[in-house]
Design a protein around this ligand. Sequence first.
Ligand code: ADP
Ligand code: ASP
Ligand code: MG
Length: 476
Amino acid sequence: MRTLVMKFGGTSVGSSTAIQQTASIIQKQKTIWSNLVVVVSAMSGITDKLIQSARYAANNNGPAANQIIEQIQQQHLEVINALISDPTQRLELLSVVQKRLDELSSYCQSIQVLGEATPRGMDVISSLGERINAQIVAAMLRSIRTPAQAVEASECIITDRTFQNAVPDMTLSREKIQSTLTPLFQHNLVPVVTGFMAATPEGVITTLGRGGSDYTAAILADCLDADEVWIWTDVDGVLSADPRVVPDARPIPEISFAEVGELAYFGAKVLHPKTIRPVVSRNMPLWVKNTFNPDFPGTRITQNPSRSRGDITAISMIKDLSILTVEGRGMLGVPGIAARTFGAVARTGASVLMISQSSSEQSICFTIPSIHNGEVLKSIESEMALELLRGDIDRVWARDQVVIVSIIGSGMRETPGVSARIFGALGKNLINVIAIAQGSSEYSISLVLDQDDAIRAVQAIHAEIAPQPNGGQNGL
Ligand code: ADP
Ligand code: ASP
Ligand code: MG
């Protein structure tokens, strides 16, 4: 029994033509794999709109919330009318979808009365796009004689109560996933599972974090002991850089779990950073493929890709960051300053993306998302109040509008000269580097740069380290 889990992202299920294309991919794979599971995202843009409707309601702007709900309704109705020609099936589907939209309206009304949208409430609302779309894709498949059934992942993926970023309990989920999906396989049905959404053991809806449908696919694959996971998106696989920044970014034929993990962590939207967790230990092949170019093989993510001329694999960038510096001569040789600094950051819930400390120990600097700036500064200042008073710490300050550019590649390991080329490219373009960090794994070098220089920097590094057209397969 060979099992394949395929996930289709927002653009792959974002219009009637895209859904038709997705359905034909599913139909073809159904003839090849004995057990096929499909995971779907909401239509592109819908999750943002759902969240916006709740925000308007929380701000007591009922008309704006209703306007968005109408747009959501319109977008879905158009797709259903274009896809499902059988009147009975269409009416059935329309009534299921309308029920969800009515729920959305009443949630928004309650939020307006309460004056706030709680993280728990936001999960109920933001998962509605997946719940509607699973119904549409399943109906589409049935209409082309591929028996399918929509499945709400709240029935089978069990998480803790960290709303908006829930952590799955893999033992409970394994049991539930197998008991929910196995009967469907036995009836030759393709389960069309809602991405992104899950539930607590008590059945309260949770979500796995933005972009979390990739993670849903990996969780299902792990719990079903699947053979492969395919992530279908709107580009030819994992590319050497964000194609919106570097238009000639190239698809990477093969990339390691470790490299793609760094890439996702450092901002490449193509894969949710947690996706590799469930599959890496089993070395389960994970592919990223293009729904709109299905014959192109895409990117294979594996443990140890062969590197013919190993150097750099990809570049990524995270924007809207601040770099915070704690500095003072009195820090020299004093134990515990770093621990206390990061303890103070942790108490705010902000995550630190990169750290660097000068060897003279006179400053520690680290990078966080700018939205946490104010509270983090306050928290460190109160933790270090005594040191600031005594002058052991001169100041704690933030520089806003910075980015992290990460250069990733397992081939950089033990290869001298890579950083010289990176810094050479930046120097030639008169781009200043604010801070640098390299992990001891040598999979990535991260640079903090001014946001205004970011795009030029990524383009310059990409151009500099791209191999000649006849160069190695895995270099940029
Ligand atoms: P989906 O809705 O299919 O999950 P996403 O929008 O979440 O798609 O992710 C795919 C997008 O990620 C691509 O359209 C591309 O613009 C962007 N992207 C950023 N960096 C990369 C990269 N290194 N490789 C591929 N895509 C990238
Ligand atoms: N629809 C969700 C989001 O936009 C999940 C996903 O697309 O992966 O974040
Ligand atoms: Mg995505």
